[in-house]
Design a protein around this ligand. Structure first.
Ligand code: T4K
Length: 408
């Protein structure tokens, strides 16, 4: 049999160290270390300290939004925004998202009602939203998946007409715009994540952005136990505060944000040209007329046309130490407790089901450059040139693995 230069076929892996999808961006390390030192010397670590306030001011300025409330992570920020906006009963959300979107509702006994996506945008399909509204529905949460904003106008129209609260999970969309307006300004509020793997990170972190003064006031109380001043609690709250250490990471990242975007955009272009003209392979594009953070390189695999499935390509890449991810497989509706609550949800989610089988995320960010991307593209091209041989090798490997497991 002809030898194929792929690790699954017996060649040495292309990378000795794993290449990750979500390697953190750091920015200027010297400035970061100085700021960390300052925090330690100041002995002020939390509770709305000066660095958190500075981070909030800088981020609000960048987004052109009235209120930017920093928090300890995106999930708590979502929970607080949902509660502060008064959502309860049922809320319509896409299933094709990170499970935190659904959990932030379920955690407070609000039922997430899963809506299908538009296969062209991967975002919630406004045309499907209306079919899911019941007397218990109080809101809609759109997710700007991969940083590509939802059809905000259509969702606003439905929410306005049906008297529903509209929030956005903007975990992927810091620094992105829609029709010239920065994400952070849509709906009643938008929620960001600054998790380590995000384009801008604060180790762990999140924020709510809103132009609604009343809502912002409530959110600030909620994230600080309901304290309106010393010894004065006027609201049931939780602990959603961001630490000073997180804020200095965020401030340092903000200073390099243009560089992060440039790197991501360059990586995206390298992948796009390196994988152009391959049958059955498409890269999710960003609108060049908008601001985008180019945070994700998302490959869509049409198994029929490509000759290999998404999962087979993931196996090929993993064997090379390229840790591509199947975001957001299998869809929230197939995770617990939703799978048990709504065993037939898939009947309403054909586009979600199809896309969850087709999509994979490739390594990008400042930890990868043109050389690594050239190798990744070469591997994908090689695999796709020999689909039959790769498929039979993979099924042989699977059989061996299966026999080993049975024998254990
Ligand atoms: N809504 C949406 C739409 C979201 O995508 C997320 C988070 C949220 C809400 C909630 O926001 P947070 O509460 O997280 O702030 C990761 C992140 O943990 C998660 O924050 C993120 N979405 C999601 C898309 O990705 P996993 O399960 O993929 O994480 P993990 O540990 O497998 O890491 C991903 C890759 O990054 C790996 O290849 C390892 C690498 N990595 C990871 C960390 C933590 C590093 O190289 N360095 C690191 O420090 O969820």
């Amino acid at each position: 049999m002809q030898s194929i230069d792929l690790a699954v076929c017996g060649a040495a892996p292309a990378f000795t160290d794993p290449l990750h999808v979500g390697r953190p961006n750091v920015g200027n390390q010297e400035r970061l270390m100085r700021r960390i030192q300052d925090v330690i010397e100041s002995r002020w670590f939390s509770n709305n300290g000066p660095r958190v306030q500075e981070f909030e001011r800088e981020a609000a300025r960048l987004l052109g939004v009235r209120h930017f409330i920093a928090m300890c992570n995106g999930t708590i920020a979502l929970e607080i925004a949902i509660r502060a906006a008064g959502l309860r009963g049922e809320v319509i959300v896409p299933s094709f998202t990170f499970v935190a979107t659904a959990h932030s509702l379920q955690w407070q006994e609000i039922t997430p009602v899963f809506c299908d996506i538009d296969p062209a945008t991967h975002n919630i399909d406004p045309a499907q939203v209306e079919n899911l509204i019941t007397p218990r529905t109080t809101g809609i949460i759109g997710v700007h998946l991969w940083g590509r904003p939802c059809n905000v106008a259509a969702l606003e129209e439905i929410a306005g007409r049906r008297g529903l609260g509209l929030l956005f999970d903007a975990a992927h969309a810091f620094g992105c715009s829609r029709q010239g307006t920065m994400v952070g300004n849509f709906g009643r509020a938008e929620v960001f994540s600054f998790h380590a793997t995000k384009f801008l990170n604060t180790f762990e972190g999140g924020a709510v952005a809103t132009n609604d003064d009343e809502l912002a006031k409530r959110i600030r109380l909620m994230k600080n136990f309901g304290f309106a001043g010393y010894d004065n609690v006027i609201y049931p709250g939780t602990n959603g505060k961001m630490t000073e250490m997180s804020a200095v990471m965020g401030l340092t990242g903000l200073e390099s944000i243009d560089e992060f975007v440039a790197t991501n955009r360059r990586n995206h272009q390298h992948y796009s040209s390196g994988l152009a003209d391959l049958n059955g392979i498409a890269i999710a594009a960003y609108d060049p007329s908008e601001k985008s953070n180019y945070q994700y390189v998302i490959l869509e695999v049409d198994e029929q046309a490509a000759g290999l499935s998404r999962d087979e390509l993931v196996s090929v890449l993993h064997a090379e130490n390229i840790l591509a991810r199947r975001y957001f497989f299998p869809g929230c509706h197939r995770m617990e407790p939703y799978r048990s609550h709504f065993p037939n949800a898939h009947l309403m989610l054909p586009n979600t089901t199809a896309l969850a089988r087709r999509v994979l995320a490739l390594p990008t960010g400042s930890a990868v450059g043109a050389d690594e991307i050239a190798v990744i593209c070469r591997i994908l091209r090689t695999a796709l040139r020999h689909p039959a041989a790769v498929r039979s090798t993979l099924s042989r490997l699977e059989e061996v693995e299966c026999r080993a497991t049975v024998g254990r």
